[in-house]
Structure formats: structure tokens, C-alpha cells
Design a protein. Structure first.
Length: 250
């Protein structure tokens, strides 16, 4: 089981395939997704990775959070989430994941928080049909009707579909297909709609009900660090013009 990623929903657009068919896609942006902490069986009783994404201002970070991020030697993060992983897919603290963690054609599950709709009636919230338009019904056309029984049991059961808060709940959309990834811009394009509003945080992970792509990187797709031979000092030395025999005479 590989780790997932934290991304921000940027909006929707459309792409055209080779046959000219338009594919609606959602744009997900990955911004500094790093490993903040590692959970192990020895210390925590389970194996997982705690990831952080985005950048939070220091004055908006609590003292406890500053110490937690300082221990991992990473910048304070706006969003923190945990992903269960197998022991062979554990990453080092501070490792930064890249969008190439997912490959085009792979299926993923996306978790987000739906848009809040406020207080809604039973017809809008649960798709009830409402009451009759006539034959004695006067002011209760959109009422949900009876909610309980008589003296036995004499109560309304928990979970009864009634009017109340609609939306603003955690929702998982399964089996979305990765259309393309842009490593330079840190973008992931997935088919269809993703729960939540624009600029909202979502969690992306491998689909549970689909086989993993064969070319998916293990244990994860990480950002490559700058090579030692490409440091600024070495680069300036390589770019310097070679000394000619005439220069040596002078």
C-alpha cells in the first residue's frame, strides 16, 4: 500500500482526446507535499505517513505546531493528513512527493469536503416527493410526512431522514482516472468532478477497487534533489572560458 498525496482543487476544464472527444477534468495542484512524521508499529501501533502541504505563516502557527515542523525540518504546513502505508513503502521525514507519484491512466480515489448548502428541507436534502398538491393539503406541500410510529416505540429513530444541515461532509469519489500530470507546474488532471469547492484541500490515493498501474513508482514518486556536480560553484567553474596559451604568456 503506497502513500497518498495532499492537493488543492483549482477548478475544472476540458481536454480533447485523440478521437476529438472532450473529456471534463478537474485540476489538482500539489504544493510542497512533504513527509512530516512517520508512524510505526513500535511507537504508535500502526504504520502510516503524516504529510503536509502548502505554506502557513509563522504567526498563524501555534507553538506546538512550530515545534512539530521544526523537528521534521520542514516549513509550517497549511494542511496535514495521514496515509496508511505498508512497511516497504515508508519514506524518510522531509521527503517531498512529486506529481509523478501517479501515472496517466491510473485510477485513484479522491477525498474532499463537499460544499455546505445550509439548512435544507427533506425534498432537497433527501429527494423526497413531498405531499399532495390538493385533496386536503394546504400549507404542507413540501413536508416530509410522518417520522415515527405510535406509542410503541414512541420515538423517532436516530438517522431518520429529515430536514437539516446539507453538505459540508467528508465524501470519497472512487475510480477517477488520471488523464495527465504536469511535473513542472505540479498539476494532476483527473476525469470528472471532485467533491468540494475551488481552493479546497483534497486527498488523493490509489484506488482500492482497481489494480495498481504497473509503471507506478515504488515506494513513491519523489522530487529529485539538485545533483552535487550541478552546484552553482561547479557551474561557474564550468562556464568560465578556458585559459589560452597567449594568456599564459602574459
Amino acid at each position: 500500500m503506497r502513500s497518498g498525496m495532499i492537493a488543492r482543487k483549482e477548478g475544472m476544464t476540458g481536454l480533447f482526446d485523440e478521437d476529438g472527444h472532450k473529456i471534463p477534468v478537474t485540476i489538482l495542484k500539489v504544493d510542497g507535499c512533504q513527509v512530516v512524521s512517520v508512524r510505526t508499529d513500535e511507537t504508535d501501533g500502526y504504520t502510516a505517513l503524516q504529510l503536509g502541504a502548502g505554506v502557513r505563516k509563522i504567526n498563524r502557527t501555534t507553538k506546538a505546531q512550530r515545534g512539530h515542523f521544526a523537528k521534521a525540518k520542514v516549513e509550517p504546513k497549511q494542511k496535514v493528513a495521514e496515509f496508511r502505508v505498508s512497511k516497504d513503502n515508508v519514506l524518510e521525514v522531509g521527503a517531498e512527493l512529486s506529481v509523478n507519484h501517479f501515472v496517466p491512466g491510473q485510477f485513484v480515489d479522491v477525498i474532499g469536503t463537499t460544499k455546505g448548502k445550509g439548512f435544507a428541507g427533506a425534498m432537497k436534502r433527501h429527494n423526497f416527493g413531498g405531499m399532495r398538491a390538493t385533496h386536503g393539503v394546504s400549507v404542507s406541500h413540501r413536508a416530509h410526512g410522518s417520522t415515527g410510529q405510535c406509542q410503541d416505540p414512541g420515538k423517532v429513530f436516530k438517522g431518520k431522514k429529515m430536514a437539516g444541515q446539507m453538505g459540508n461532509v467528508r465524501q470519497t469519489t472512487q475510480n477517477l482516472k488520471i488523464v495527465a500530470v504536469d511535473e513542472a507546474e505540479g498539476l494532476i488532471l483527473v476525469t470528472g468532478a471532485v467533491p468540494g469547492a475551488n481552493k479546497g484541500w483534497v486527498l488523493i490515493q490509489d484506488a482500492e477497487k482497481r489494480p495498481l498501474a504497473e509503471n507506478a513508482p515504488f515506494p513513491a514518486g519523489l522530487k529529485l534533489n539538485e545533483k552535487p556536480n550541478e552546484s552553482p560553484a561547479n557551474a561557474s567553474a564550468e562556464e568560465a572560458p578556458a585559459e589560452t596559451p597567449e594568456d599564459k604568456k602574459e
